[in-house]
Every structure is written in C-alpha cells, then in structure tokens.
Ligand binder design. Sequence first.
Ligand code: ADP
Length: 244
Amino acid sequence: MGGRDTTLVLLDENGIRCDGRKVDEPRRIMIKAGGLKNADGSAYIEFGDNKIIVGVFGPRDVHPKHMSNTDTGILRVRYHMEPFSVTERKNPAPSRREIEISKVIKEALEPAVMLDKFPRTAVDVFIEVLQADGGTRCAALSAASVALADAGIPMRDMVAACAAGKAADTIILDVNNEEDQAGQADMPIGYMPSLEKITLLQLDGVLTPAEYKKCVETGIHGCKIVYELQKKALTEKYFGNGEK
Ligand code: ADP
C-alpha cells in the first residue's frame, strides 16, 4: 500500500474503475503455451500490461547433490523482474521482494505438482517479468502452471491465480497497479479449480470479516476465468494451430 493519490478517482459515480473496468471485470488476459525451444516447457502471459515469460527445466539432476531428496523431487522457483520492467530502472540483483515472491509461488505450486513421481531430481521454474503493472505474482503463478503442464510434469491440477481487493470501499476483481498503490486492500489468490483448493492467499490491507469472505469469493471467480484461458492455451498448442 503506497501513499494515497488524492487526484486519482478509483471508482466513479457509475461504478467504473480508473482503467475503465467494472468492479467484477478482469483485465485483458492472453496466455500462450510454449515458445521457448530450449526449455522443457514454457508459457507466456499478458495480464493487462503485465508481460511475463516462464521457462521450466526438468526433472533433472540436482546440483549440489546434497540438496536432492531420495524420497521426492524438489521444485525450485526464481521470479525475476527485468531492469526495464518498471518505469524506474530496477536493480537486476534479486531484491527481498523477488525472493519473497519466488518463495510464495513455489509454495503455491507445490500442492499441484506430483513431486513424489520423480525422486532425487529437481524441476526448475524461471520466471522473467518483462513488464510489470500490478499483480505480477498472480500472472506469473498462472503462467508457471501452464509451463509445468507444457513440460509434461505430472500435476494434480493447475493453479490459476488472480487478485481481488478493496478500493473506494468496494470489493474489486483483479487489482491494477494504481488500485494497489492507492486502494485499501490487495488479496492475491492461487486456486486449483478442479480440486477446489486455495494454494496462495496473501492480504495487504484491512478488511471486515464480511469483506474478507466477499474478497475470497471474488478472487476465486477470477481464478476460474484464468483457468479456462490456461486450458485453452494448452489445447491450442497440443490440439490446435498453436506453435509446437
Ligand atoms: P505484485 O506484482 O504481485 O502485485 P507487489 O504488490 O509487490 O507485487 O507490486 C505491485 C507492483 O508494483 C508491481 O506489479 C510493479 O508494477 C510495481 N513494482 C514492484 N517493484 C517495483 C520496483 N522496484 N520499481 C517500480 N515498480 C515496482
């Protein structure tokens, strides 16, 4: 939550948000499976003005060897923002925020990935944020799920992610950068729609119990929209005209 921008109208008298959306309307979402020929699996997502590419490598040998587990495979996730992904050049060295987001995405993906099927090996997920505009962790998590599926990693379900939040005292779907900065709450959610399980839930801001419930329901509704586009991306690649 940044300082409040008093000149910004987050919600006008017609219930229209600062980027022209209705309260329950997500940004434009485009997901593409594949694209990186040197990766075992990959995906690209545009989520509003966020542009993110994900490469998956493995299952492969773990180096250093002592990090491997004889009972199960391990998942390693690196979320990285390009220096040019935001208006002010970002230092390319990993920031605390990138380390945190790498960790939450890894933990959000783990319940979906059947790690026990490939003991002693690692699956590496590399996330490169080319352009950031609020909600990159959700967009990255959604793309990472598609990239894992594209790599043929056995999964229980895909994790679809979308944030809900509160701005101008109203619960909104898919919080944009301005709403994140000037709004009242941001709640990124990762959800496995077929299993009906939440694997990521964070909350920045304050909500009443009733608002909290509505926010979770709104976020899950967004996840279901993303899930359909994830399946479409895979279907297009493997059964349609998508690039192999
Ligand atoms: P998320 O991207 O998941 O919403 P945050 O809430 O931490 O994660 O960040 C919100 C937004 O703030 C990002 O999507 C990005 O647009 C912007 N942002 C993050 N880090 C920086 C940075 N170092 N410089 C400028 N903008 C940034």
